[in-house]
Design a protein around this ligand. Sequence first.
Ligand code: SF4
Ligand code: SF4
Length: 426
Amino acid sequence: MQTALADFIRETPAGNEADRILRSCVHCGFCLPACPTYQLLGDELDSPRGRIYLMKQVLEGAPATARTQLHLDRCLTCRACESACPSGVQYGRLLEIGRAVVEERVPRTPRARLERYLLRRTMPYRPRVRALVSVARSLGPLLPRALRTRVQTREPTLPMPEQRSRRWPPARHARRVVLLEGCVQPALAADINPAAAQVLDRIGISVVRVPAAGCCGALSYHLSAHTEALRQMRHNVDALWPHVEAGAEAVVITATACASMLTDYGRLLEDDPAYAARAARISALAADISQVLTANAGTLRQALTAAPNAPSSSGAVPLRIAFQAPCSLQHALKLPGVVEPLLLDAGFTLTPVGDGQRCCGSAGTYSVLQPQLSAQLLSAKVKALEAGQPEVIATANIGCLAHIRTGTALPVRHWVELFAARLGCG
Ligand code: SF4
Ligand code: SF4
């Protein structure tokens, strides 16, 4: 695609990157069928190709309008279009640049500004999320159902032994990884991180906790508050670095959206001489829990064989799981099909899930900011997940987990919790 970027952005780092990405798009349209918003709305401007065209116009000097902003806002940032694109167009990166430019030029309504401000001032801060969740839980039945399900403590139980309120195992192994615990996840689903630590402990890897680390920065970054997000990233680099220097072999994350953000630290901080080298090292070490377990599959199999809840020893009918692969796992981390073999190795049965590439509608703050589209996507996702009559739905990202819980009566868990249950971790 030919481009002629406007003076305000030409020859800047963002401009050069946008120019390169725009030129790589050949307008073939192969990405359109993969786009959830195009499928729902049928408008080319709500497709990847249409949004690329809108961003090109703005970067070439055309006025950005509320309509431009609306079409960009409706994008889930799911990046299914990247997986479908034969030309390797880095749509997600272009969207970051395009959204930031449009954000500067199109004023939002006071209500929209307040909504975004409140999300940025609460969600990335663990104590604030905990306080909000605790207030919400105390209100119980007074809350709307969707919110009540999101913050619930009494979840549907699994048809297999399962430990809740998990303990963190002591750090007793020579092999160590550092765990980024995140912001929302410890408040909404406190068992996920300890479950991961217990599974790693079983295969001879200890988890080092870093209480000083905070939000990965994804929430602010995706709301175009780039300076704020970079501040959060620098904070994490400072908090994690002593453990990297002390020999941690990976920075492990149990939420795929946060894992994806961490793999971008190196790129996003490359122009900051005080942080570039450390950020690049942390990105290189960043790994979703599925990657660490896959890399240690042999030891994991031995642990499964020895475990009290292993299928061979219990003789129980294997739990039927519908696995929802988050977009951040499939399209951002580019790790489709990484979790399923682990679950099969553990003796679980996977039920078929149609249209597995499609976003569930959670997408960070999307379910709050675009509730109607999000609800339509959730409804289709739950239908696909329940079609194979599973006993439990598993996923790999806290946003998807909390969102899917609002649409189903089945138990919804992070897959590593099921793994810990299978291993008999307490
Ligand atoms: S983004 Fe890729 S698939 Fe979509 S129109 Fe451009 S080149 Fe084709
Ligand atoms: S990121 Fe997802 S919603 Fe956005 S254009 Fe690409 S496929 Fe469509």
